[in-house]
Ligand binder design. Structure first.
Ligand code: NDP
Length: 253
């Protein structure tokens, strides 16, 4: 990882969660001047280390480094983020080795809350490779805890609220503070807010606070369930990472 402040918080939280549940975690902080060959050599070293079961390349990488090449360099059997094309392909075919952490966390949240997914109309706002696209794929599988009808919206979508207003479940993953308002939602829908956006707040010592993509105030008046930010999807993402790590360790036992 590089010196991105948000990444450092994520990495610290993941490290802490590992320690709490007995998984040994090592943070390898590479200098900003690291070259692509040096990064790939570091990943290769970890690939060959039998004591390492899971490898995670924390993005964003410093400018000039090729993130996709780094993800592809990770041994697919140690790819606990599920970013490697082989693992994404397996997931898409409905025969997953690992599941991508944030989408898996969203589904686990719904399932553990007793919210039906099968047959529901789910609108996802955001089509990134780490959230929107894999989540849509997982939700449309003809499988348990899936079997939904899914629409993905993005910046090219005309009239976003036309879709969100019809949804039984809305998943907001756009990275746009408070963009989903209560009047864009169907009464009693379920709202999962993946967004984590830092906004200015002079009442806080730090001068800022974290908010989601959903305007909690108005949306919570309409929705039957709504996840908070922070404290909703974020901890679930980490829990799913730990689950993948245990699965990865079992693969090499
Ligand atoms: P990206 O920036 O990679 O993707 C954002 C997506 O949202 C894009 O597809 C973009 O459309 C779409 N989008 C942006 N603005 C709008 C808009 N106004 N209307 C409709 N669509 C829009 O973000 P990520 O997927 O990486 O992350 C999304 C959010 O989730 C961020 O806030 C991030 O911090 C958070 N996050 C939280 C995690 C957690 O564990 N809680 C984990 C991962 C992410 P287009 O493709 O057209 O540009």
């Amino acid at each position: 990882m590089g010196c991105d402040p948000a990444s450092q918080v994520y990495v610290r939280n993941k490290h802490k969660a590992c320690e709490e549940c007995g998984i040994k975690s090592t943070i390898i902080e590479l200098p900003e001047t690291t070259t692509q060959p040096e990064l790939l050599a570091q990943i290769e070293k970890l690939n060959g280390d039998k004591a390492v079961h899971g490898i995670l390349v924390q993005s964003p990488l410093p400018k000039g480094l090729d993130e996709h090449q780094a993800f592809q360099a990770v041994d697919p059997l140690k790819d606990v983020d599920c970013f490697h094309p082989e693992n994404i392909g397996l997931m898409m075919l409905g025969t997953p080795r690992f599941l991508p952490c944030t989408p898996a966390g969203v589904i686990e949240l719904l399932v553990r809350t007793g919210i039906e997914i099968s047959g529901q109309y789910i609108v996802i706002v955001g089509r990134s490779n780490i959230v929107g696209k894999p989540l849509a794929n997982m939700l449309i599988q003809k499988a348990k805890n899936a079997n939904a009808t899914v629409t993905i919206c993005h910046t090219g979508t005309k009239g976003l609220s036309y879709y969100t207003k019809q949804a039984d479940i809305v998943v907001a993953a756009a990275g746009c503070a408070g963009m989903i308002l209560g009047d864009m939602l169907n009464t009693n829908c379920v709202v999962v807010d993946v967004g984590t956006n830092e906004i200015e707040d002079s009442t806080k010592k730090s001068g800022h606070r974290l908010v989601g993509d959903v305007d909690y105030e108005s949306a919570s008046k309409v929705a039957s369930y709504i996840t908070p930010v922070p404290g909703g999807v974020g901890p679930m993402t980490i829990a799913m990472l730990l689950k993948n790590t245990v699965a990865a360790a079992k693969l090499t036992l």
